[in-house]
Design a protein. Sequence first.
Length: 255
Amino acid sequence: MQLNDRPVIGILDINTRYNSPSPTNSKDEEYSAFLHAQYVKFLETAGAIVIPIHFNNTYEETEYIMDHINGVLFTGGALSFVNPDTGIPIPYTQTAMHIYEKAMALNNRGVNFPIWGTCMGFQMLMYLRYGKEDILGLTDASHTSDPLILKYDFKNQTKLFSEFPDDIIEAVQTEPLTANFHNVGVHLDKFLDPHSNLTNYYNLLATSTDRKGLEYVASVEAIDYPFFATQFHPEVTEFTYSYNFTNHSDNAREF
């Protein structure tokens, strides 16, 4: 048997019912799922092998997969993380929570196990740390391309962006390079509120402003774990050309 020397990254898939978390009697609706190809391309371009992690897996099934992969990506989407009728986390959220807790346990044992979150995946990581869905507030940033407001010396103080060229760091602060598709996000004041406890766990890397001038969190990295997240969509800039507003310049694709 030939051994694989490429990283294997799991992507948590999404119910095809998408943003309708209410219970269903249809097994087809309950278990069918999808992944946007742009996330697979995003990882494969970096050399990874991608496998899906089904949102409705049993605990044992997810545990088995986690023991045989090297990292996880939480994608964008438009899910409510809890059932509005019961207040109970939906299956997607329960599986994400299992992945998150398992990843922390692996890292605590010395196994480097990263998590990346994009858009809804970013929001999921914030929710999993904060514990309540009200960490999210309304933002007017659907279908926008925006610059970033950097909060750190990227060249010296971050894991995620420390090796980026100086010209790209300058460009992302002055040009609309990031693709955004969200109607909710984590407001800056909510992130910085001591009661949220987020600043004890995550370093704030960058913010953006929505159409109304509201400043929200655009990128974070965990202080003690290899967990990274962006509210914007780097994979869209690189691979998705169906949106007229998206910036596909050399600077945007390199960032």
